[in-house]
Unconditional design. Structure first.
Length: 294
């Protein structure tokens, strides 16, 4: 029997507990976009970490939607449910000092036939460690967890301990992906995600939730990538918000996204972005499929 272990791990939790930050921290590269706005992650994103004795294939899921108001939210929930059915281990992420009804609702949906590890994130914000013990005791009793690991995804603390606990539950298996692979997503997909991250980061609460990015053309000439992308909004009024005064906001989105892409792709990127209105796209199943939502 090989001593190598390889398997799939789902990262789940309510919105904004730091799931994407955790994924990026353990993989060592920005695979999943991060912002303060809830529901940044809409797709299942696989990040891969390969160590000497294990390969961890992480599935970062959208936060469960309790309000199934449109086709987009239903598609996101299908992604979460499917991810849980296909994995070897579940990492349930909560925020240190907060364990409320939304967390419990997600916990109740987790499969009973999979090991669930509780990762208590944002521990760097807890100053009174002795006063934190009652909270720790309460959440640890919420389920028969395979392990409870307090972590800080942003500072990297206790991540090795978390990986060690996950490894115990991975199957004895050869590598599922190549040693140098970090994600199963295409460069085209990641380019769209980087643009979407800049939208969330630069526009914050101004940004309507009904906004996505469509890569219309992705060309490679040697080390140069030419990328043509459309930011899709639901209403014409949203278009002006994204473009900004004198086009400044759109220019900044393009500039910052291009810099991120050049770092990841290790080469020059020519990026052209425009804004397009597609009314009702979040409730159009056919259009959602064309934009990559399952």
């Amino acid at each position: 029997m090989t001593s190598l272990r390889s398997g799939y791990i789902a990262i789940v939790g309510r919105p904004n507990v730091g799931k994407s930050t955790l994924l990026n921290a353990v993989v060592g590269e920005k695979i999943s976009i991060v912002s303060r706005k809830a529901q940044t992650t809409r797709h299942r994103i696989t990040g891969i970490r390969t160590d000497a004795d294990a390969q961890y294939v992480f599935v970062d899921t959208p936060g469960f939607q309790t309000q199934h108001t449109n086709a987009l939210n239903r598609a996101m929930n299908r992604g979460v449910t499917q991810a849980l059915a296909d994995v070897d281990v579940v990492v349930f992420v909560i925020e240190a000092g907060r364990f409320d009804g939304k967390d419990k609702a997600v916990l109740n949906l987790l499969p009973v036939d999979r090991p669930v590890i509780l990762a208590i994130n944002k521990m760097d914000r807890i100053k009174d460690k002795p006063g934190f013990v009652p909270f720790l005791t309460e959440v640890a009793a919420a389920r028969d967890f395979a392990a409870v690991v307090p972590v800080s995804a942003s500072s990297g603390k206790q991540l090795d301990e978390l990986l060690g606990e996950i490894r115990k539950h991975l199957p004895h298996e050869t590598l599922l992906f190549g040693e140098d692979e970090m994600t199963d997503k295409s460069s085209r997909f990641i380019a769209a995600e980087y643009i979407r991250e800049k939208l969330f980061r630069l526009l914050g609460d101004e940004l309507p939730y009904s906004t996505t990015v469509e890569i219309e053309k992705f060309e490679e000439e040697g080390n140069l990538k030419r990328i043509f992308a459309a930011i899709v909004v639901d209403r014409s009024g949203h278009k002006a918000i994204v473009i900004g005064k004198g086009g400044e906001t759109l220019k900044r989105i393009a500039s910052e996204a291009r810099q991120d892409m050049e770092r990841l792709f290790q080469g020059k990127v020519y990026l052209e972005i425009w804004v397009r209105v597609k009314s009702g796209w979040t409730d159009d199943e056919r259009l959602l499929r064309s934009l990559g939502y399952e």
